[in-house]
Design a protein around this ligand. Structure first.
Ligand code: ZN
Ligand code: ZN
Length: 689
């Protein structure tokens, strides 16, 4: 029995650097390698360079044609040959400067083709030995979502049976430029897939279901237990991926305990979030229930929970709860969040009274609210235009489930058949996403919508941390029009789907649990949530703050909880284009260097016989400095390169090109750092004849 040891957060993860090999799963066709990720993955076995004598010769074929040694073409697209070395990969980087470029992930527009995913198997964890799980001990392993927002997944194991809760994605952030998603690390589950009896889903948001297509086959295709709305979203998501055919068991509100295996039963319970069919789950074990709320808020009016909230939690009066795990997203914010019904009411008033079009931007995930907008429009005899792919997907399912009347929903092309005051547009893009409808409307590139002074734009959303800059840009654009803008700062037009601290406190008070483990949040959120639990009476030794991959065990027939020192692999895997890998941080590291300091390519032509350069080195830079303004530096760089290469080659026979490139890259990096204060990625290319 021990208090959580929170100080072991330094993951061994960032230090490994082995090259991943591609393992094609049976369902993947072998012709799929659509991007050049592999080419860009540094061969880190050699640490610095990948050139061999042979590759130098090959490179001659596609070598760039440089006609001018004094080239100043810092913007021309002269590509370095393929398979060039990646420069010194083990150099210590200067500390990251705060990046000026912030904003939401720039999601690429929808890919037209089916997504054939290639899994790059990690070599890193193959010799990992986990402690054996003793009989009648319950093991809980958060595999994602406890060191970040998103990537949610938790595994519960006992006596050779495993239940997995949720399988979500996380989005790119400043640490992961350019990637598509992060998904949970399922190495442990893959190694134990025979034991997996079920994947249970709390609700249909992408941070809970989005990873299913990427990992479902890998973990042995277990049955997925979900409520109906989630089921349809999972099917829709998986339909984009060939070979992923989930076995779905739809759980209804009336289903009581569902028997999963010898030691596990599950029970779903309704709770309030922002998408239909949001549920909490109780996994019933011989020693009591393990509860996860999933994402949760408490609908309230001025801090008084609505009657339905009491209804939803009253089952816990008779429930023996061993371990409570709970959403921590909203913990930093004190008090109660605004009532969702108040939000819908406010926007109902706007829809009723606007002189022209109402253009409402919200999160596609706020399905219940979007349905509210559609109902308001109906009430006032207006037509609804839905713009945005995710919005259409989610509302398409709401339509399929007949959650409301969609007969007055029209296409954007039909919009001009009606006067502006009869139109309500519901659009994506409230976070300033580059390709979303609202951004296109704001920067006048939308196909059909030109803003008019009579238009009213409602941003029914908050600013997601990290998106501030993009949202400011969006607002700048919008305010340049004559349209009226309403944001959450002007009126109650948004409430979060994640309960603030008072709501979470209220839920704690409804459930009498023994152990507590905060989930869904980054470290400080989890820690704050643990502190809240303690102030509410939980004993410190009964609270565990996990990391991704932590092994938590409930021992002694449910009497003690412990976090083991040993972890299972918990580093989220990265989905980048079509490849899935946990080694992708090497690519990301390069992207960061390129983004911050640029790239500097040196091309030299070495005469094998004389060991002298045949001509002055060619220099190519991108994103580093303007070459023509730095002529002296370049002249000195050329002199240094020539001297370094010739000296290194002087007594070599045969010439060790890798060594020469190492030395040259090192010297140049130091020189450029001193001369410019920048540390670009230096890539030496040596051609020989
Ligand atoms: Zn959610
Ligand atoms: Zn979530």
């Amino acid at each position: 029995m021990e208090k959580q040891t929170n100080n072991n957060t330094s993951n061994p993860k960032r230090t490994g650097s082995r090259r991943s090999s591609i393992v094609r799963r049976p369902h993947q066709s072998s012709q799929t390698k659509p991007n050049n990720t592999q080419n860009r993955t540094p061969n880190t076995n050699q640490n610095r360079t990948t050139h061999t004598n042979n590759s130098n010769n090959t490179n001659t074929q596609n070598r760039p044609t440089h006609t001018n040694n004094n080239q100043n073409r810092s913007n021309q697209a002269v590509r370095p040959p393929h398979k060039t070395g990646t420069g010194p990969s083990t150099q210590k980087r200067t500390p990251n400067k705060p990046s000026a470029r912030r904003g939401p992930a720039k999601r690429r527009p929808m890919r037209p083709m089916k997504k054939k995913v290639i899994h790059k198997k990690s070599l890193r964890n193959q010799n990992n030995k986990y402690p054996t799980l003793e009989k009648n001990v319950i093991r809980i392993i958060p595999l994602g979502g406890v060191e970040q927002i998103g990537v949610n997944m938790t595994a519960i194991e006992m006596n050779g049976q495993i239940i997995v809760i949720d399988a979500g994605i996380g989005f790119s952030n400043e640490d992961t430029p350019g990637i598509d998603y992060m998904i949970p690390n399922t190495t442990y589950l893959e190694e134990n897939k025979d034991k997996i009896r079920a994947l249970v889903i709390t609700h249909g948001h992408l941070d809970h279901i989005g990873a299913i297509p990427y990992l479902y086959n890998q973990i042995g295709k277990p049955p997925i237990y979900t409520r109906e709305f989630g089921a349809l979203l999972i099917k829709s998501k998986c339909s984009e991926f060939p070979g992923v055919d989930p076995k779905i068991v739809v759980v209804t509100a009336d289903d009581g305990d569902i028997s999963i295996s010898e030691d596990f039963k599950i029970k779903f319970f309704g709770l309030t979030h922002s998408i239909p069919d949001s549920t909490g789950i109780i996994i019933k074990t011989p020693y009591g229930g393990i509860v996860t709320t999933g994402d949760v808020r408490v609908d309230n009016i001025d801090g008084v929970p609505l009657e339905k909230e009491f209804e939803q939690y009253k089952l816990f009066k008779n429930e023996n709860v061993l371990l409570m795990t709970m959403d921590s997203t909203g913990i930093p914010y004190p008090g109660w969040s605004a009532s969702e019904s108040e939000v819908i009411e406010t926007i109902d008033g706007i829809i009723k009274n606007v002189p022209g079009r109402a253009i409402i931007a919200s999160f596609a995930s706020q399905v219940e609210r979007l349905v509210g907008f559609i109902e308001s429009a109906k009430k006032y005899g207006k037509y609804v235009v839905i713009e945005g792919r995710s919005m259409n997907t989610n509302l398409g399912i709401a339509k399929e489930l007949k959650l409301t009347d969609f007969s007055h929903v029209i296409s954007a092309d039909e919009m001009n058949d009606h006067p502006p005051h009869k139109i309500v547009m519901v659009v994506t893009g409230s976070q300033g996403e580059e390709f979303a409808a609202l951004m296109r409307i704001s920067n006048k590139t939308h196909r059909t919508v030109i803003l008019e002074p009579t238009d009213t734009i409602v941003l029914s959303s908050s600013v997601v941390p990290g998106n501030d800059y993009a949202v400011d840009k969006l607002k700048d654009n919008l305010y340049r029009s004559e349209a009226k803008i309403v944001t959450y700062m002007d009126n109650v037009v948004h409430a979060s789907g994640h309960g603030k601290r008072a709501e979470l406190t209220w839920i704690h008070e409804q459930i009498d649990y023994k152990f507590f483990m905060p989930i869904h949040g980054n470290y400080y959120r989890l820690k704050m949530h643990a502190e809240l639990a303690e102030t509410l009476g939980a004993k410190p030794e009964n609270i565990v703050v996990p990391d991704n991959g932590s092994i938590i065990e409930i021992r002694d027939e449910g009497k003690t909880i412990i976090k083991l020192d040993k972890k299972v692999p918990g580093d989220p895997r990265i989905v980048d284009g079509f490849s899935v890998s946990e080694e992708q941080h090497l690519v990301i590291r390069d992207r960061k260097i390129l983004a911050e300091d640029g790239i500097f390519v040196i091309v030299v032509m070495l005469d094998r016989k004389t060991k002298k350069l045949k001509k002055s080195p060619d220099l190519i830079s991108r994103g580093f400095v303007v070459l023509k303004d730095n002529k002296d530096m370049l002249t000195n760089a050329r002199t240094l390169i020539k001297k370094t290469v010739e000296e290194a080659a002087e007594n070599m026979n045969p010439i060790d090109f890798d060594y020469i490139k190492d030395v040259t890259a090192n010297k140049l990096t130091k020189f450029l750092m001193q001369a410019s204060g920048k540390r670009p990625e230096v890539i030496p290319v040596i051609l020989s004849s």
